[in-house]
Design a binder for this molecule. Structure first.
Ligand SMILES: Nc1ncnc2c1ncn2[C@@H]1O[C@H](COP(=O)(O)OP(=O)(O)OP(=O)(O)O)[C@@H](O)[C@H]1O
Ligand SMILES: [Mg+2]
Length: 282
């Protein structure tokens, strides 16, 4: 999907976040790295910036020195106590900066896990980056972080990025449609890019998966005929096309989330099945 294809690959590609980027760059220069909490609505660049910041900070050794956990998948207290602790207990390698633990969707962590997290923050040199949609973060954790507020992106920032994508993809989209997309996205860049893709009639698919109508399949047939036979990304793209055709625009975000997650180290089929059940459900 275009929203994943055009996830910014470096800090300069991120639109509308100049003040935050500037501040993050300064922290690297000053060599004093804080814990960071990014709070804001969906599709405004939190996960993107968190990851770019980790790469910017550690350069080539970022894979050794950063650990990423999606809190809504792995929010058990055991994960915090064992996985994170194991990682932070040793110092960083090939980098002068502290190790970074990236916890996405941190507001979905249980209170118990947040408590365990707080203890680790107090006891080790590693630094944390937390992303959240809400302020549902334990006060003692929050008070240990520099908090960045991500507000809705401005229309002109969204317009700039959409035009960049339109140019690079050689799309034909009228100004009227661009304006409609921007208005509908209301500050959510992911939504804007998904809508851009939908006005273009979806994604071109060349495989035999096009012969199926996935939304008509029950879950068992979906598992038997599709889930293990086709690449996760292809299935998501096919579902995307069907969802657009059925004008079920509210289902797009479930697919965008799955598209992101299958690009991580997760069990891909589970993510696809979950998205399928979400888009099928009324
Ligand atoms: N500021 C931005 N500049 C350029 N692209 C952006 C920006 N913000 C979001 N995007 C686009 O939207 C997609 C989703 O962004 P991202 O995953 O960073 O959102 P998020 O704030 O973490 O949302 P959520 O709260 O749902 O996790 C990215 O893949 C990218 O294509
Ligand atoms: Mg995110």
């Amino acid at each position: 999907m275009l929203s994943e294809k055009y996830r910014p690959q470096n800090l300069a590609d991120v639109v509308g976040r100049d003040d935050i980027v500037e501040s993050l760059v300064k922290y690297k220069k000053s060599k004093s790295i804080p814990n960071i909490l990014m709070i804001g609505p969906a599709g405004t660049g939190k996960t993107t910036l968190a990851k770019l910041w980790i790469k910017y900070l550690h350069g080539e050794s970022y894979k050794l020195n950063a650990m990423e956990l999606n809190s809504s998948d792995e929010n058990s207290i055991e994960v915090v106590r064992t996985k994170i602790k194991e990682f932070v207990i040793k110092k960083s390698l090939g980098s002068n900066y502290p190790k970074i633990v990236f916890l996405d969707e941190a507001d979905r962590m249980s209170l118990a896990s947040q408590g365990a997290l707080k203890k680790i923050m107090e006891s080790y040199d590693a630094k944390f980056i937390l992303c959240a949609n809400s302020d549902n973060i334990d006060a003692p954790i929050k008070s240990r972080c520099v908090v960045y507020r991500f507000n809705d992106l401005k229309d002109e920032d969204i317009e700039q990025r959409l035009k960049y994508i339109i140019e690079h993809e050689n799309l034909e989209v009228s100004d009227k449609d661009i304006n409609k997309i921007i208005k509908n996205a209301s500050g959510d860049m992911r939504q804007a890019i998904n809508l851009l893709q939908s006005v273009n009639g979806g994604i071109e698919l060349s495989e035999e998966i096009t012969n199926y109508k996935l939304l008509d399949l029950n879950i068992k047939d979906f598992e038997d005929k599709i889930l293990y036979k086709y690449e996760a990304k292809k299935i998501i793209e096919k579902l995307f096309n069907e969802v657009i055709k059925a004008k079920k625009y509210d289902k797009i975000s479930a697919l965008a989330t799955a598209d992101y997650r299958v690009s991580l180290q997760t069990i891909k089929t589970l993510q696809v099945l979950d998205a399928f059940m979400q888009v099928k459900g009324e």
